[in-house]
Structures are given as structure tokens and as C-alpha cells.
Ligand binder design. Structure first.
Ligand code: NDP
Length: 475
């Protein structure tokens, strides 16, 4: 019998995804640019070999798949995907579906989708989250493309996706770039989640002078509460792990320079393009950038010194640690609220009708930001699908009111203690700006009118739109 699906690219993600597909009873044809990787993959597939058709040529590969052929391309993102598509295209027939499962920029996905429009072929942009482990045993899968093309692959994708209470973490989210856009925002939120955890770690390490192991205990305890999530779980493990060479905590030996591949930055760029604040994500992206300027930071510390703030003191350590837990929850709410707000704006901008409750639902398991918290977001958006923002849904408004005091105290303590907490602070700034009906942009408008005659609206509705600036006008 023919293979139900094909996959090109047997790197880390592709080979794990292929094994997952085969294990769930789907016959799969595989191909890799470098043939040796295909042979090695097949040789190591063990009892799954019966479900796998290894192919050395594209011709063989295409012939092995049942039409209309769904073909997953899981290779290095960017230019390689265009090259691979070009190589593949002449062998395909009407109705065949190319599925880019890498971390594409959704604008590339829209371009590729459009480019295939008149060829009779279709294109799916599919975000896959969960890393190596997720790909192998159940990722979260965000699909964008035509709904018809999704139907062709729905059964296979449902079989391999992570499950949350038996609900598969896969969904069709909209046309063309919708899946990759949602994956991008997922990663943006992931950046913020990780950065906020790192800032809290910094307060425990440099403020309370706790050891990595002690901080690991704190995260372990939090993982049993409302912060329960994959990222908190692995943070505990990371903090408790010892270096095999020295026996010291491994985190203490890891260079404090964070890498990034672009999805966080894209989230922020798209948010800015649409005029939607994503300040927590932006702070997290900026924090990675500043982290990578290690030499510059060390030089600056020599010139400026650390802030002259004296010893970091808290009156009640246990109460402060409770505050840190609540602060992290509050800040996390801010980051997710921003991420969902960006998706909501993009949904209108690109005509996608992104289903917010479904997005939260398929993030509950499989992906890096998976958590019980996402189940609460699912419920909140299901009950209030038209809410302007997550934080004004009844459940989250209550949570913000309950925890924002702790966030305020923690951000204050960090500031007074000279410890950086830019992502936590940006979430607090977001809440405080968003919930204030009368802001301060009246001054901005006055200034703009003063130097540029831009005009303003009045709160009393009167028909006078310029200020009494006299000769200042147009100066
Ligand atoms: P790897 O580096 O492990 O594998 C890269 C694959 O791309 C190899 O199969 C390689 O083939 C192939 N490739 C590279 N250039 C070309 C080309 N020009 N033409 C054809 N094939 C090419 O990457 P990953 O598996 O980690 O990542 C794959 C995709 O998945 C990326 O888009 C990544 O961003 C995304 N992703 C990765 C995650 C992760 O945790 N690693 C998580 C989620 C998404 P060859 O053997 O011939 O070099």
C-alpha cells in the first residue's frame, strides 16, 4: 500500500516527527537531501521500519505517497524551504499539498501560499511546538492553509498531536499564514515566560542570595500550585542539576548569553506594525539582546559599578517568596494578554478569524508554554469570545486584582535593590496603563499640536481643536 504522507528533512525535528507518524500507524515516505541521513534514520527505526518507506530520490519519494499527496517539509527555515519547494514542484500533481512545518516567518508562508495558487498545488504553513521530545511523542500543531487541504491531513495530525484530557492539540486556525503566525506568537509568549522566570531567579539569587538548589526547591513548590507548567517544571530540574565535571550546579557554570532565532523579534515587529502593545515580549527579546552583549556589560560594570543600594533586605522572607510566586503569575497574565491581543489584531488585519479559545486549547499540551493556566484561558475566551482583552474577562480580571499587588511589591523591591526586572516591570506598566481610563496622552496631544499643529479632540466635545499657543504654532 502507498504511504499516507511524506516527509522531507530528517534532522532533529523531522526524524522525530516521522517516527511519531509511523508509530501512530500511518505509513510514511521519507526523504533527506543528504541520502546517508535517510539510511541512518531507517536503520535506527527498529520495529517501525514496516511503516516507513525510505527514499533516495524525489521521484521515488513522490511515487510512494497516496494522492493527493501531503508532503511535510521539515528543514532549515528560510531560503532552503524555497529551494526544496522548487525541486519538489515538477514531480507533484494537482491537489498535492506542500506542508512547511519549520519555523517560517508567516509572511514567507503567505508568499509561498500565493505563489502556488494557480499551479493546482496547495500549501500549508504548519507551526510545530514541543521541541525534539514533542515531535517524537506529541507536539502542539498550528495549521494554516485551506480548510480542504487540512481535511486531507487531519487524521494523521490528530493521531500524532499531544492530547490534553483526550483533546488533540492540533487545529486548523485559518487561511495561508495563520498557523505560522500563531506559532510565532506562541514563541513570543515563550520568550516572555522564560525571561520572567529568569528575572525571578535573579531576585532569588542576587537579592535573597539563595543557591541554585534552594531556588530549584522554590520552583518545585510553585509547580504544584497555580504556576504549574512545563517551563516551571524544567526550571526546577535545571536548577537542581549538577555538572558532571565539577559537581557544581550546572546553571552556575553556564555563560549568561542567550541565543535567539527570530520568532520573538517577529512577534514584536508584527505587534508594532499593528499598533498593539507587546511590551512584555519586547522586554524579553531586548533582554536576550543585552545578555548577548556580555563583554560590553562587563566593561560597563567596571565603569558604573553595580547600583549603590546597600544590602537587599526583605522583612519576611517567606512572605516575599509568596509575593514572587504571585508576581510571576500576574506578569505571566500580562504577557499572555498581550500575545492574544496581537493575534486578535492580526486576525482582523489578515482576515483569518483566528479562534482564540481553540488556540489556547491546543497550547494546553505538547508545546513549550503548555500549562494548566492555558486551560483557564480557554475557559475565559470560551465564555467571553468577544472580550477586548484577556485581563477584562471576569476570571482574569479577578486574578489580576488578586495578584497585581504582589507584582507591584516585587518590581519595587527589584528596582530598589538594583536588580533588573524589565519584563516583570513592563507587565506592571501594561496593567497600570490599560486600566486607567484617563491617561496622560492629553499632554502628548498638546505637545504635538504645539510644535506641529496636529490638532486634538476635547473631552467636552467643543469644536476647538488647537491650543492657544500663539507664535509657538508651526515653530
Ligand atoms: P536540523 O538542523 O536538525 O535539520 C536540518 C534539516 O534541514 C536537515 O534535514 C537538512 O538536510 C535540511 N536542510 C538544510 N538545508 C537544506 C536545503 N537547502 N535543502 C534541503 N534540505 C535542507 O534542524 P531542526 O530539525 O532542528 O529544525 C527544522 C525546522 O524545525 C526549523 O525550521 C526549525 O526552526 C524548526 N523547529 C525546530 C525546533 C527544535 O526544537 N529544534 C522546534 C520547532 C520547530 P541535510 O541532512 O541534507 O543537511
Amino acid at each position: 500500500s502507498q504511504a499516507e504522507i511524506g516527509l522531507i528533512g530528517l534532522g532533529v525535528m523531522g526524524s522525530n516527527l516521522a517516527l511519531n507518524i509511523a508509530e501512530k500507524g500511518n505509513k510514511i515516505a521519507v526523504f533527506n537531501r543528504t541520502v546517508e541521513a535517510t539510511h541512518k534514520f531507517y536503520a535506527e527505526a527498529g520495529e517501525l521500519q514496516g511503516q516507513i518507506v525510505p527514499c533516495d530520490t524525489i521521484e521515488e519519494f513522490v511515487a510512494a505517497i497516496r494522492p493527493p499527496r501531503p508532503i511535510i517539509i521539515m528543514i532549515k527555515a528560510g531560503e532552503p524551504v524555497d529551494q526544496q519547494m522548487k525541486i519538489l514542484e515538477p514531480y507533484l500533481a494537482k491537489g498535492d499539498i506542500m506542508i512547511d512545518a519549520g519555523n517560517a516567518n508567516f509572511r514567507d508562508t503567505m508568499r509561498r501560499f500565493d505563489a502556488l495558487k494557480d499551479s493546482g498545488l496547495t500549501f500549508i504553513g504548519m507551526g510545530v511546538s514541543g521541541g525534539e521530545e514533542g515531535a517524537r511523542h506529541g507536539p502542539s500543531i498550528m495549521v494554516g492553509g485551506t480548510e480542504d487541504s487540512y481535511k486531507r491531513v487531519e487524521t494523521v495530525l490528530t493521531s500524532i498531536a499531544a492530547k490534553y484530557d483526550n483533546d488533540p492539540c492540533v487545529a486548523w486556525l485559518g487561511e495561508n499564514g495563520a498557523g505560522h503566525f500563531v506559532k510565532t506568537i506562541h514563541n513570543g509568549i515563550e520568550y516572555a515566560d522564560m525571561q520572567m522566570i529568569a528575572e525571578i531567579y535573579g531576585i532569588l539569587r542576587d537579592g535573597l542570595k539563595m543557591t541554585a538548589g534552594e531556588i530549584g526547591e522554590v520552583f518545585g513548590a510553585w509547580n504544584k500550585g497555580r504556576l504549574n507548567s512545563y517551563l516551571i517544571e524544567i526550571t526546577e530540574k535545571v536548577l537542581k542539576a549538577a555538572d558532571p565535571l565539577t559537581g557544581k550546579p550546572i546553571v552556575d557554570l553556564i555563560l549568561d548569553k542567550a541565543g535567539q532565532k527570530g520568532t520573538g523579534k517577529w512577534s514584536v515587529i508584527e505587534a508594532q506594525n499593528m499598533g498593539v502593545p507587546a511590551t512584555a515580549i519586547e522586554a524579553a527579546v531586548a533582554a536576550r539582546s543585552i545578555s548577548s552583549a556580555k563583554d560590553e556589560r562587563e566593561a560597563a560594570e567596571k565603569i558604573l559599578g553595580l547600583p549603590d543600594v546597600g544590602e537587599f533586605k526583605v522583612a519576611d522572607k517567606a512572605a516575599f517568596i509568596k509575593d514572587l510566586e504571585n508576581a510571576l503569575l500576574a506578569a505571566k497574565i500580562g504577557a499572555y494578554a498581550q500575545g492574544f491581543a496581537v493575534m486578535s489584531a492580526a486576525s482582523k488585519e489578515f482576515n483569518w478569524s483566528l479562534p482564540m479559545p481553540t488556540i489556547a486549547k491546543i497550547w494546553r499540551a505538547g508545546c513549550i508554554i503548555r500549562s494548566q493556566f492555558l486551560d483557564e484561558i480557554t475557559t475565559a475566551f470560551t465564555k467571553a469570545p468577544d472580550a477586548a482583552n484577556l485581563i477584562v474577562t471576569p476570571a482574569f480580571a479577578a486574578m489580576v486584582k488578586e495578584t497585581d499587588g504582589a507584582l507591584r511589591r516585587v518590581v519595587s523591591a527589584a528596582a530598589l535593590g538594583g536588580l533588573p526586572a524589565p519584563a516583570l516591570a513592563s507587565a506592571l506598566g501594561y496593567f497600570d496603563s490599560y486600566r486607567r481610563g484617563r491617561g496622560t496622552a492629553n499632554v502628548i496631544q498638546a505637545q504635538r499640536d504645539f510644535f506641529g499643529a496636529h490638532g486634538f479632540d476635547r473631552v467636552d466635545g467643543a469644536d476647538a481643536h488647537h491650543g492657544p499657543w500663539g507664535s509657538g504654532l508651526n515653530a
